[in-house]
Design a protein around this ligand. Structure first.
Ligand SMILES: Nc1nc2c(c(=O)[nH]1)N[C@H]1C(S)=C(S)[C@@H](COP(=O)(O)OP(=O)(O)OC[C@H]3O[C@@H](n4cnc5c(=O)[nH]c(N)nc54)[C@H](O)[C@@H]3O)O[C@H]1N2
Ligand SMILES: Nc1nc2c(c(=O)[nH]1)N[C@H]1C(S)=C(S)[C@@H](COP(=O)(O)OP(=O)(O)OC[C@H]3O[C@@H](n4cnc5c(=O)[nH]c(N)nc54)[C@H](O)[C@@H]3O)O[C@H]1N2
Ligand code: SF4
Ligand SMILES: [Mo]
Length: 666
């Protein structure tokens, strides 16, 4: 007999509710939930195909590898966890690093953080959120005193302008875009600032294309014009830093702004006029601003502009629980704020040294014990060869639901459930806490991380710290300990209802911009390779590639170039080209894309045959230490000879011919 149960999507940080049709405990169909205030009945195709991927390629049993290079063999949970505990016991606590995925619940993440800090005594605990929005959260915390977006999705309905900075909600947050599209029909304007065009910028009322690294200049120019025209709320003048901010932006005239533009200056003027005339503005930014050098300059300038206009922040957070795992303390920085609370609640002192981020622990090259929860650093982290070398000489524990590249280097593999099989809560990008109920039985012998962490703690002799009789006991501890969660009603979550973590700004002050400068590729690697997300695959696509429908909707693997570059270089349709960063290369057929300015090359993130991150060097942005994935300077080769870009630096207006041809209603 079929029954319908309400559950949560396992992909993006909007966290849509879905209706799962269940037969014999298994997911057989996925339907929209018209009563869901998040999706408003319009989830995307990835969510609606979860039942197609739920039982393919799953890890079903714990496994152990006797020695690197030997095959994994099935084991019992007791043997696998015993092996993990032995290994942790045999090293210094600081030799252990734990990485927390954005695909697990708050309770799972909290338990892994507690395992690291209170049981093992290592400060090296980090979350995948570092690679997407750590710089955004640091900036929002500095300006608003809130480590989250200030707005809610429903705010979209009452805005007159939404400024999109380096984000592409049509592809990345489709259910949110449905809401934006509805609001546009009643007058909402869209303005986009990005480096390469994207599906959303092409439909925007105005789209400004800017050289990578030039964003701070553009946002400061906009603020200067707004201050001169006086089109900002008067209360802003009372805020800390307003006077200094006005002084700083005064130096950003149109000539300075034009020097970093790829679009004609008329586009920037139109975008600035739209901003100046808006009285209810929203701002949403994406990883195009964070995953590169100079991220902090761009973000401070953007969110100072948002503060000047009294705008709400609607930035979303990547994976389904990236906001939640950050809130749960999956970051080495958490020690600063948690030590006192933990001493009182757990009776332990937290480690006193500053911990390593996942990138730092991988780059450091020393063998360690790595506990990696539901992630695939051999595909997703930069410099995958270095990641491979480090993991080869480390003891690697993977908790995961799908087989992936990293599992091939794991010493212990622990199977975990996917989101519709989990229980607990997640916190979405708007800081809405959603109840997670298991709607189907997991295949095989999976366990959630909160149970795994408790069992490891028991083996290490500190089971007393993590003795929970059900998942909601962990939620109660979260409510007692985690900043911003004190008002959460656990009973409502248990019944399937939503709650909110703290949403009120605790201060408002200008961050005062640090100057950013455009990125210029070195002469020996003159092209800029960018990674691109597509509509039907999610990240590396371990799950989405398994859906026949989604796989069929995927184009072939290509390296994308601006159509004029293809013409001028005499490349034939489908001709194979190679991009190299010096020693490492990837090869694919060339294909024109009118999204890319001249001199840029595009490669989809979900391509599995040759992973893009082979070419990304591990350069960490100072401060938040987010990897600079976005722009990889590369050589381009065709027919065994190197070809040089005609260059967006030299021919700005032509470079934009294709890009500004379509778009722009204004
Ligand atoms: N279908 C699908 N949806 C996803 C994902 C997926 O893999 N597939 N991944 C999820 C995750 S984990 C995340 S973090 C989010 C990411 O979602 P977003 O934050 O929206 O990021 P991207 O689509 O990677 O990049 C957005 C746009 O930034 C622009 N851009 C790139 N670099 C720069 C730059 O240096 N400066 C400026 N001004 N613009 C730039 C480009 O126009 C690009 O289209 O999406 C989530 N949603
Ligand atoms: N070049 C480049 N690299 C990037 C980025 C980029 O824009 N450019 N983006 C970065 C960003 S924003 C992020 S968030 C990271 C992500 O990095 P990861 O989290 O490491 O990447 P995933 O591809 O999500 O793989 C995680 C593992 O989770 C499991 N998994 C896969 N699909 C599902 C699913 O649907 N449900 C569940 N429960 N588990 C699943 C599988 O075992 C999979 O191997 O990648 C980063 N890497
Ligand atoms: S928009 Fe995001 S949360 Fe909603 S169904 Fe699609 S991937 Fe899932
Ligand atoms: Mo992300």
């Amino acid at each position: 007999m079929k029954v319908i149960k309400d559950g949560l999507c396992m992909y993006c940080g909007l966290g849509c509710k879905l209706r799962f049709v269940i037969e014999d405990g298994r997911l057989v169909e996925t339907l929209p939930d018209p009563s869901d205030p998040v999706s408003m009945g319009s989830p995307c195709i990835k969510g609606l195909t979860i039942h197609e991927v739920a039982y393919k390629g799953r890890v079903l049993r714990p496994m152990i590898r006797g020695e690197k290079g030997r095959p994994l063999r099935e084991s019992t949970w007791r043997e696998a966890l015993g092996r993990v505990a032995d290994e942790i016991r045999s090293v210094d606590p600081k030799e252990v690093a734990i990485a927390v995925s954005g695909r697990i619940t708050n309770e799972d993440a909290f338990s892994l953080v507690k395992l690291a800090l209170a049981v093992i005594g290592t400060p090296n605990v980090d979350g995948i959120g570092r690679v997407c929005h750590a710089p955004t959260i640091e900036t929002l915390d500095e300006i608003f005193g809130l480590p989250a977006s200030t707005g809610r999705l429903e705010d979209v309905d009452s805005l007159d302008l939404l400024l999109l900075a380096a984000t592409n909600p049509i592809i990345d947050y489709p259910a949110m875009y449905s809401r934006i599209a509805r609001a546009r029909r009643r007058g909402l304007r869209l303005s986009s600032v990005s480096t390469i065009a994207n599906e959303t910028s092409r439909t925007a009322d105005v789209s400004v294309l800017v050289k990578p690294g030039g964003e701070a200049t553009i946002f400061n120019y906009m603020s200067k014009e707004i201050i001169e025209a006086g089109t900002y709320p008067s209360w802003v003048e009372e805020l800390e830093g307003f006077r200094e901010y006005s002084e700083i932006v005064r130096g950003y005239g149109i000539e300075k702004a034009t020097s970093v533009l790829l679009s004609p200056p008329s586009k920037l003027k139109l975008a600035t006029e739209l901003l100046a005339s808006s009285s209810r503005m929203g701002v949403m930014s994406g990883v195009g601003l964070t995953q590169r050098e100079g991220a902090m300059a761009a973000l401070k300038a953007l969110y100072d502009l948002a503060l000047l206009k009294g705008a709400v922040v609607l930035t979303q957070r990547g994976l389904v629980n990236v906001q939640g795992i950050g809130d749960m303390g999956a970051s080495p920085d958490v020690l600063r704020s948690w030590d006192g609370r933990a001493k009182e609640a757990w009776g332990v002192r937290l480690p006193s040294d500053h911990g390593l981020t996942l990138g730092e622990a991988l780059a450091d090259g020393r063998g360690r014990v790595f506990i990696l929860s539901d992630m695939n650093p051999l595909h997703s982290m930069p410099d995958t060869r270095m990641v491979e070398r480090t993991l080869e000489r480390s003891f690697v524990v993977c908790t995961c639901n799908y087989y992936n590249e990293t599992v091939k280097l794991a010493d212990v593999v622990l199977p975990t459930p996917i989101m519709p099989e989990r229980e607990g809560s997640v916190t979405t990008g708007e800081r809405r806490i959603r109840s997670v109920r298991p709607v189907a039985s997991p295949p095989g012998f999976t366990r959630q991380e909160w149970i795994i962490a408790g069992e490891i703690a028991t083996s290490l002799g500190r089971g007393d710290l993590m003795r929970y009789s059900e998942v909601w006991d962990v939620t109660k501890e979260i409510v007692a300990l985690v900043p911003g969660y004190g008002d959460v009603n656990v009973e409502v979550l248990k019944e399937g209802g939503d709650q909110w973590a703290d949403k009120s700004p605790h201060r408002m002050k200008f961050a005062l911009t640090i100057e950013g400068s455009p990125l210029v590729p070195p002469p020996d690697r003159p092209w800029l390779l960018v990674s691109i997300r597509g509509p039907v695959h999610f990240l590396g696509g371990e799950a989405t590639w398994r859906s026949k429908r989604l796989a069929r909707a995927t184009g072939t693997r290509t390296i994308l170039l601006n159509p004029e570059d293809i013409l001028e270089l005499g490349l034939e349709k489908g001709e194979h080209v190679t991009v190299c960063d010096g020693t490492k290369c990837l090869e694919a057929p060339a294909r024109p894309s009118s999204m890319l300015p001249r001199g840029f090359l595009g490669y989809h993130l979900h391509n599995r045959k040759e992973a893009y991150n082979l070419l990304v060097p591990l350069r960490l942005e100072k401060g938040p230490k987010t990897p600079a994935y976005r722009y990889v300077p590369v050589k381009l080769l065709a027919r065994d000879r190197e070809i040089k870009p005609p260059g967006w630096e030299h021919d700005m207006q032509r470079s934009c011919k294709y890009l500004s041809g379509h778009v722009n209603n204004l």
